[in-house]
Design a protein around this ligand. Structure first.
Ligand code: ATP
Ligand code: MG
Length: 588
């Protein structure tokens, strides 16, 4: 927790700045109005992940919104770990969540946990009991379900609903003291068993669970339910706008009920347990606002399914570059700015939809097209020998690092008489329209001159070497350099290039809707068997020298990133982030 409050400004200097045009979605409109009307002097938001899995691309939208709005309006955003269900939660997830938020370019005002407020929530439960707004119920979980009714039929009131305040207080205190076994009693809100909104049919606020918690240990044998904990955590933190996804729309009346009935803003005595932890006294009446979830085709984003992919070994882990987790796509070569660009393009609305994955990939392409330096690499090598250069010929050619950005500077690329070229850039029997190298034909070697293929050396049916001459008048800057030649191919000097492991990633699923389980199939039946192909290629020295996580456009091949964990200059490992164009092979 930081002692000195600071604004949720993007930690990353390349993050969007106030110079960008103001964003105009309906949530920002509400925030603007609340500031203009004086309803709020300052904005506070929170991002509340449950630490029961890794964050995914969908969470990036919530993060950019929660932290982004706070930053744009000079407010604060807390990172709050919603740790009310200790059975599924793990410190490993907590670390990754913090890493991911910072990676996306944001910094939290305070790091909080719902468990920080267990003391407040407990006192709030007693207050509701005293007000006659909550009761201890002895129905079993099955009976509770029976009593709840259906969407078309009202529920029935629990026979324990009219217990006296004294009896309720006594039982609730004994629940807290650990006197009762798991599942034998709940604290329930007393609202309306006939409500058309099922969430208001006397929902449970607390349940008994004798389990150890990662932060509070064995202190609590009872744990608060989501709606109760979430609404009151927002109030304790002084959250003004509590942004969440649309599935919580039906929960909003319960959210408001909890905030209003407990009324933390006017009940300083309930805040004692957090004041003693040094938290400021600043309870608010927060407002919940819902927006649509981010969903892309060709992906699954449910934590449960992602966990199964990891646990069943169908991927290499949470940070497998094919995973839609932030750790995964980071390793794939997605950049924070590409994700922020994607979130801006998608916008904020109340309309749920399944977006085309090309929006995600397009944002990465556009981001890397502008930001990534160019390099040459050959991923399916074929030897090319220039017979009119000596076997000891070596020189250094100068290449711009970026075709559209002079400030990216230049680099030296070694050139010699033996090169590697891409196997598919040569065809013995060319298909119609083939513009690259053919026997007897000419091609421009990028930045080095025009080469003519005089000889094709084969081993059986396999071409193993191309031999020919470089037109000595065609070197860059010479009179013959502009001679019209249809094709240009890239190359690396065989003597100088560094052997590299190149991981060619593709979509993890073959079908647009892997979540569709019609016909007894599941997402696991739709895994793309070719979602990763590893090849050995050659890269120019200036690519081998990359830092881990540095992205390049390998000319004519695609965007690649030096693997975050495995890349070394003397043993380079590159991951394909995205192809140059949207040409998904499996799509047919
Ligand atoms: P899951 O249902 O897969 O477990 P969740 O929504 O429960 O995910 P949380 O950790 O509770 O995951 O989410 C933290 C925040 O991120 C919540 O405010 C939630 O609304 C938001 N969020 C989760 N998934 C998406 C998504 N696909 N698009 C936008 N926001 C999301
Ligand atoms: Mg959740």
């Amino acid at each position: 927790m930081s002692a000195t409050p600071h604004h949720a400004a993007p930690a990353n200097p390349s993050a969007p700045e106030s110079a960008a045009p103001a964003k105009q979605d309906f949530i920002r409109q509400i925030v603007r109005e609340d500031l203009a009307s004086g309803k709020h002097q300052a904005i506070r938001t929170r991002f509340p992940p449950e630490p029961n899995g890794y964050l995914h691309i969908g969470h990036a939208k919530a993060i950019c919104l929660d932290f982004g709005i706070a930053a744009e309006f000079g407010g604060d955003c807390n990172l709050r770990l919603d740790d009310t269900n200790p059975v599924k939660e793990d410190p490993e997830y907590v670390r990754a969540i913090q890493d991911d938020v910072r990676w996306l370019g944001f910094e939290w005002h305070d790091l909080r946990h719902a468990s920080d407020y267990f003391g407040v929530l407990y006192l709030a439960g007693e207050k509701l009991i005293r007000q006659g707004d909550a009761f201890v119920c002895d129905l079993t979980p099955e009976q509770v379900r029976e009593y709840r009714g259906t969407l078309t039929e009202p529920g029935r009131e629990s026979p324990f609903r009219n217990r006296s305040v004294e009896e309720n207080l006594d039982l609730f205190r004994r629940m807290r003291a650990g006197e009762f076994p798991d599942g034998t009693r709940t604290l329930r809100a007393k609202i309306d068993m006939a409500s058309g909104n099922m969430n208001l049919r006397d929902p449970a606020l607390y349940r008994i669970k004798h389990v150890e918690h990662q932060n509070t240990g064995r202190e609590w044998p009872i744990y608060p339910m989501y709606d109760f904990a979430h609404s009151l955590s927002d109030a304790v933190e002084g959250i003004t706008h509590s942004l969440c996804t649309l599935e919580f729309e039906d929960h909003r009346p319960l959210y408001d009920w909890c905030v209003d009935k407990v009324d933390l803003a006017n009940s300083p005595e309930l805040l004692e347990p957090v004041l003693s932890k040094g938290y400021p006294k600043e309870a608010s009446k927060p407002r919940q606002i819902e927006f649509s979830r981010l969903n892309f085709n060709y992906l699954v984003m449910s934590k449960r399914k992602l966990l199964a992919l990891v646990n069943e070994g169908l991927v290499d882990g949470w940070d497998d570059p094919r995973m839609p987790t932030l750790q995964g796509i980071r390793r794939r070569g997605y950049t924070p700015s590409a994700l922020r660009l994607m979130v801006d393009r998608v916008g904020i609305s109340k309309q749920n939809s399944l977006l085309d994955i090309s929006i995600l990939e397009g944002a990465l392409r556009d981001d890397l097209d502008a930001a990534a330096q160019r390099r040459m690499a050959v991923i399916d090598p074929l030897k090319l020998v220039i017979t009119n250069l000596s076997a000891t010929h070596e020189e250094s050619l100068t290449f711009p690092n970026h075709p559209k950005d002079e400030s990216a500077g230049t680099r030296s690329v070694p050139f010699s008489n033996e090169l590697w070229i891409e196997r598919e850039d040569f065809e013995e029997v060319p298909p119609k329209g083939f513009k690259r190298l053919i026997p007897g034909g000419e091609v421009r070697l990028r930045g080095a001159g025009i080469f003519r293929c005089d000889e094709v050396i084969k081993d059986g049916d396999t071409v193993v070497e191309i031999r020919g001459e470089l037109d000595p008048e065609s070197r860059p800057g010479m009179a013959g350099a502009d001679r019209k030649i249809k094709g240009t191919i890239h190359w690396v000097s065989a003597k100088h290039a560094v052997k590299a492991e190149v991981r060619l990633y593709d979509r993890l699923f073959l079908v647009p809707d892997p979540d569709n389980d019609e016909g007894g199939k599941t997402y696991k039946d739709y895994l793309n068997p070719d979602s990763r192909r590893t090849v050995t290629g050659y890269v120019e020295p200036a690519a081998a020298n990359a830092n881990p996580e540095q992205s390049f456009q390998f000319e004519r091949i695609g965007y690649f990133v030096a693997d975050r964990f495995d890349h070394r200059s003397d043993a380079p490992v590159f991951n394909r982030s995205v192809t140059l164009r949207d040409t998904w092979t499996t799509k047919g």
